[in-house]
Design a protein. Sequence first.
Length: 227
Amino acid sequence: MPGGFSAHVRMAPEQFDTYVQMVKRTMEDFRGRVDVLLGMESDYLPGAEEWLRKLHARAEFHYILGSVHPQIDEYRELYFTGDVVEFQRTYFTHLAQAAESGLFDCLSHPDLVKNESPEDWDLAALMPHIRLCLDRIAATGIAMELNTSGVLKAIQEMNPAPDILREIHARKIPVVLGADAHISSRVGDRYEEALVLLQGIGFESVSCFRERKRREIPIAQALASLR
């Protein structure tokens, strides 16, 4: 979840109820001290929409983050044919399809695929296709994530890259901050840097979710809260 503990350790379906109950207990334990909300990062695959719809209906979520993880073995087996550039294009097409599914509140770490084969990453060449996908995403009203953990990956920049953020801004797509904090020391990591980046591009606010409804926070206010 954005700013919290987002794990890529995959949860088995039979662990779902345990997870929900764990979060509910934490809500009670920290009531009045920390606002704990129920969220989930949920992988998108074409054809899995109905299964995901039923999964998401099993609990009252505040936020559902939609992901495409090109590094997962099953995804590569389905969509990697040996053509790296086509694999990158397919990834962005699937982000657009995830948005159009209506299943998610936000799309996570867009452009994550660049870290799968960094030596073959050519953003300028891919940008026409990315722009078409962003047009589709913008039409849905979904938000997109600026994920600060990208600086720890092969291509050391936040996900997505600044040039993609500029295209997101041009289409008035809302942005949510996420740290992908697999450990407690990275909760909210580099948020100030991310907010300054967004502000420099022209964004005036960032988004957050409660009861799956998006709320806007002025960047100036968010920066003041961090400082």
